[in-house]
Design a protein around this ligand. Sequence first.
Ligand SMILES: [Zn+2]
Length: 231
Amino acid sequence: MAKPAQNIKDVNYTEAFVGTTNFNLRKPQYVIIHHTSQNSLKQTVRTFTMERTQVSAHYVISRDGKVQHMLNDYLRAWQAGKGKWNNIEDMNSCSIGIELDNNGIEPFTDKQIDALISVLQALKERFGIPQSNFIGHGDYAPVRKNDPNVHFPWAKLAARGFGYWYGDTTGVQVPKEFNEYLALRIIGYDVSDVSKAIIAFRRHFCGVESTAKVLSPEERKVLYKLYTKYL
Ligand SMILES: [Zn+2]
């Protein structure tokens, strides 16, 4: 057994371990959605089974709606990596990773999205995952990742209870003192590099891929409306 670090006081454990039967397995509480940036399900499955890639996912969904389950939901896939959402920095430990086969720039097929919704429905029911906890890899790791791409139909998913949506911005008046930085943080974004958080927010909620560092007045309305749903 490894020796405890010297500056940590020894723990006064009792002599015998006492077991309990009052337990079950831990439940994933987030779903992270990805695109594969690959050209076929076959290629993706190969990537996720090669040891040197050090990446995997629980599910891969092909363009024609086939669902490849690759890892038991209770186990920890290597999919989300380094990032931050709310105060979670080890997303792999508490999430399910779903990869959509997609070359990174193309729209997603209806069959693929329908299959995804069926998988999400089953996961939500089985693990009691809250509506707010269905997010994209680019939301969790805005500095490194941009998936799923800008074509991903987040509004359609939100209408089915997976992730929040802002609704309608008609007539919305954004208060002058509204703080975009705090709103992004309350929604869950890591704002240590706020321009990257803005890019990720805009991709997800405005359907626009742009590196502009400032939100447009309409985007500001979307953010304001969305933020009120997280309060
Ligand atoms: Zn990803």
